[in-house]
Design a protein around this ligand. Structure first.
Ligand code: ADE
Ligand code: ZN
Length: 325
């Protein structure tokens, strides 16, 4: 259809993307072989067959099981480069990528290998395709808080190589309030602040992310729809949500796309953006997430507004935003 044909030409920013969630099964096995690492699945088909998730935790178990194949700067480069190449075809002109540094440090990988690899791929994408973007250090909330501080220690000598700090992984039982000091430290280092909240966790976690961590965007945030006072707060403060429709369906945060709260959030006046989260695992990159919205009645002007909202919600500088708007 003409609507779908025009989608890739809408300049967009991808703001909620875990680089490890772009690990396609073929690349996972290629890296396993290159590094002499054994995956807990015999082959690509068996790994792909395991992509049947009942909730966030069942996904995270598989996602973390694949991470040990990532060992060298070259691995992080190849992973990031593959994502940037793929997302360019969907019109992603600016990409802010989460990385679960604590997990890689625990696997014995130096922070510099992770960042050197990712930044080399980002620099190449900027040179060859004009893509801008950066790296967000995602605090893995179900690991000890001390390891979050260790991750910050490991990047403190090159903090200008990061755009921000985030908060991800198993949400329920790990409220934002636990991370006030980590986020204060990150803010003092000049980092932007975002956090996953209200994916599976209650609206009160979204309130904590805003009021206690000082986040500038909320990742997912879909359960904010349950709390009118919180919706008003997000509107009044102009805090965008990075919504991931296909992720929410795959991880059963919502029963199906038709009942996804994205429409209600937009109607409430919240700044909503569309993103892919972990596209290798959830059946589609950001273009597929926009296309899924067409199926539930979104029109061409609405998709154009969502793309423009993603640019405005990004941490790109004003000149770059103006180019893309
Ligand atoms: N890590 C990778 N994807 C995630 C998600 N959707 N929620 C929380 N943590 C994640
Ligand atoms: Zn996420």
């Amino acid at each position: 259809t003409p609507l779908l044909d025009a989608l890739p030409r809408l300049p967009k920013a991808e703001l909620h993307l875990h680089v490890e969630g772009t690990l396609e099964p073929e690349l996972a096995f290629a890296l396993a072989q290159r590094n002499g690492v054994v995956l807990p699945y015999p082959d690509v088909a068996a790994l792909r067959a395991a992509y049947d998730f009942g909730d966030l935790q069942s996904f995270l178990d598989l996602y973390y099981a694949c991470m040990p194949v990532l060992r060298t700067a070259e691995d992080f480069h190849d992973l990031t480069a593959a994502y940037l190449e793929r997302s360019h075809r969907d019109g992603v002109a600016h990409a802010e990528l989460f990385v679960d540094l604590q997990v890689h440090l625990a696997n014995g990988i130096p922070a510099d290998a992770v960042l050197d690899g990712m930044l080399a791929a980002l620099a190449e994408a900027r040179r060859t395709r004009g893509t801008t973007g950066g790296v967000i250090l995602a605090v893995v909330r179900d690991r000890p808080v001390a390891t979050a501080h260790e991750a910050l220690d490991a990047v403190a000598h090159r903090v200008h190589d990061l755009v921000g700090i985030g908060l991800d992984s198993a949400e329920v039982g790990y409220p934002p309030a636990l991370f006030v000091e980590v986020f204060e430290r990150a803010a003092a280092l000049g980092l932007h602040r975002v956090a996953h909240a209200g994916e599976e966790g209650p609206p009160s976690y979204v309130v904590e992310a805003v009021e206690l961590l000082g986040v500038e965007r909320v990742d997912h945030g879909i359960r904010a729809v349950e709390d009118p006072t919180l919706l008003a707060l997000l509107v009044e403060r102009g805090i965008p949500l990075t919504v991931c429709p296909l992720s929410n369906v795959r991880l059963r945060a919502v029963p199906d796309l038709a009942s996804h709260p994205i429409r209600a959030l937009l109607d409430a006046g919240v700044a909503v953006t569309v993103n892919s989260d972990d596209p290798a695992y959830f059946g589609g990159y950001v273009g597929a997430n926009y296309a899924a919205l067409v199926q539930v009645g979104f029109t061409a002007p609405e998709l154009a507004r969502l793309a423009a909202a993603s640019v405005r919600a990004s941490f790109a500088d004003d000149a770059r935003k103006a180019e893309l708007l």
